[in-house]
Each structure stands twice: as C-alpha cells, then as structure tokens.
Write a protein that binds this ligand. Sequence first.
Ligand SMILES: Cc1ncc(COP(=O)(O)O)c(C=O)c1O
Length: 417
Amino acid sequence: MENTISSRGITLEARKPVFFDVLNNLWDSESNPGGIVNIGLAENALMQAEMKSFINTQPAVENHALTYGDGFTGSKKLKAAMCHFLNRHFQPYVPLQPSHVCITAGASNAIENCAWALCDPGDYVLVGRPYWTTFRSILGNRAGVNILEVTMGQVDPMGTDAVVCFEEVVEQATREGKKVKAILLCSPNNPLGRCYPKEVLKSYMQLCQKLGIHLISDELYGLSVWESPESDDSTPFTSVLSIDTNNLVDAQLVHAVWGMSKDFGATGLRIGVLISQSNPQFLGACESISLFSFPSSLADKAVASLLADDTFTDNFVATNRARLSESYQFVTGFCKTNGIPYAHSNAALFVWIKLGAIVKDTEMTDDVLLSRLRKEGVYMTSGSTYACEEPGWFRVVMAHPRHVLEEGLRRMMRALG
Ligand SMILES: Cc1ncc(COP(=O)(O)O)c(C=O)c1O
C-alpha cells in the first residue's frame, strides 16, 4: 500500500520510541514471571507508596478544576507552591516568584519550549557526550532544532576542561556556517550520575556570555543526590539558579528545567517547570504555545498541595536519598563481586557500568550484548543510547525495589554467559 501520510509523518514514524514493547510486557514475579525486567527506563520506583498515599488523600476537586483554570502555564496555586519549594531546595540567588516560571507537561516539554522560543528551525544546541540522546527528539522532532555533540576525548565531561571543548566546537561550527543558539547541560548528569561543580557552571556562563548564546540547565535529578560511601569528594548539586550571574553572564540567557518525574518518582503526572528569571519575552513566547501541552488540572492540583507541604516534602526528599544510596550500594556491591567496573556517582537514578570489560568473546559487541540481554528478558540501555565515546558501557537504573534489581542483575549475568 502507498503511504497515506505526509512526508513529515513518515519522518516522525521512523523516530518513534523503541521501548514501548517493554512496557507492554513488564515482569512481575507473580502475575508475569516471563515478562521483561525493566532496569532501562529512568524511572524511580522507590517512593511510590509515599506518593500514592499523599495523592489518594487529597480532597475532591472543585469547579475550578473543570475549567481552563488560571491559564495554560499552571495554576496560581501551583506556581506559588513550586516557587516556595524550589526556594527552599535550590537556593536561588534571586528568590523565585511565579512570574519566573512556566509549568509544563513534564521536563521534556519545558526543554522543547527552549527549542521553540530560543532557536529557529535548523539552529544548533550544544550538548557534551555522553548525553541522553532523547534530547535529539525533544529539540528536533517538532521544532526542527539540531544537536551539535561535543566530543570529550580524555577530558572529564564534568570538569572545566570540557568547557574548552565546547568553545572549539562552536568555533568550528561557525566556520561551517552553523548557527549555535544554546548550550544544554544536564546536572545531575544522565547517564553519568554526577553534578557539575559550581566553578564549572560559572565557566559555562562566561562562555555563553562570550558567544552570546543561552545556557539551559536540565536539573531534573537535582534532589536525587546522596552521600556516596566510596568517595568523599563527591560534587554536591548546585543549581544554576543559585549562582550570582553578575559579571558572569546576562541573566536573560540563563534558564533551568525541573519537574516531578525523577525526584518525586512521578513521570506519569507530567508536571515540569521552565524557569527563566530575567527573560519575560521568552516566557511569553512559551505561554503562546502552552495551550497545546499544559498538564491536567488534576495533576496541577495534587502537586500544588504536595509542594506546599514542607513536612511531607522534607521527609520525602530525605527518604528518597537514603533509598537511592542503599540501592547504589547494592548494585555497586554486586558489580564488585562480579568484577564489573563501574563509574563512581552520587546522583540520579543510575549506575554506569562497564559490562563490556568482563566479556571475553570479541564477537560480543554492545549491540550483540543488548540483544542477548533482551533474550534473557532484561531491558537495559547501552552507551550508544548516550552517544558514549567508548564501547562497553551500560546504564542500570537502580531506583527499584531490591527484588527487581536482584532479578534484573541475575538475568544480566545469564546474558553474559
Ligand atoms: C535528563 C532528562 N531530562 C528530561 C527527561 C524527561 O522528563 P519528563 O518525563 O519530565 O518529560 C528525562 C527522562 O528520562 C531525563 O533523563
């Protein structure tokens, strides 16, 4: 049969997410023991009981929830609660107020807003390797913005020398006639699970000022940072919002993204936030397209109550950190026992392991290993999903109850033979 859809539709169809088959056949020790253990998708299942019990005790909705509410960028109540919460946890240098934020349907939507309103189709956004390559779809699928990858070689991707690599890539791109509009950082980093030191963030700010481009900081895992027992020099999380931009960068160029998906283990709520404290024109542009993607009033209302409740959020954040730390120790302990090298980390939901290092068979490329993992019924992602420069790396999502991790890691070892 001939194509019945547009050429744009054909391009989109080819880029559809590849993990939905995993979701349709999820492992459960009792109801679906033959299903797939999902330790690939970045979800936090450690705090579901606490989250459910909060949401399920919310009072019934009122008429306001059945209307367009206060507009399409979040209710007044949610914006106030979001600012209250982030003022307590992200230590913004200039306290946040509701006019600085746009509530979005998840962090993806907040990042896409940057593509729509800071870039034109065909422009480029710089991202350092390794990175979460779904950024390509978020920026590119609808808004037509490209990613320009920064290769690091032997340079630490989270250190100051990496900033020099970014500058070199911009110089080369300019020579080739490419328009670079922004640097997109992910801190804590997906997949490395590390945070950028404050001094490095300042260097990126200075570079953005020099080049006249925007700095977008995706801080979606900002509160999922724990004490790492194995390294005392773990870098704590610093939000770009906490840095005094005077003498570093025009504050109009600095934007941050956060949301409920990871730190509150609630990808399904679809609540994100785009924060831009000195660029009302940018937020105005985002408001203009917000009709197409603003979150449901039910999610807005539940999250507004949750973020205003200091007792609940303080307990939640602390418990989440403690559980992540336990899971990290469990997975890294497993790696040590089995001789699997891993990169030390203190943030986010993953452990970055070098599975390739214990494979003896030279035929066993990352792709072959991935398909063997799938055959054994475990879903993990390999370095190619993160444009990793070195083969052999895999990402294990460790924010799962112990029995899920045990089953996933057991299957992983079986796949290795
Ligand atoms: C770094 C990063 N940013 C954004 C997202 C998307 O988050 P959301 O589900 O809130 O759209 C993810 C999800 O994995 C992520 O890892």
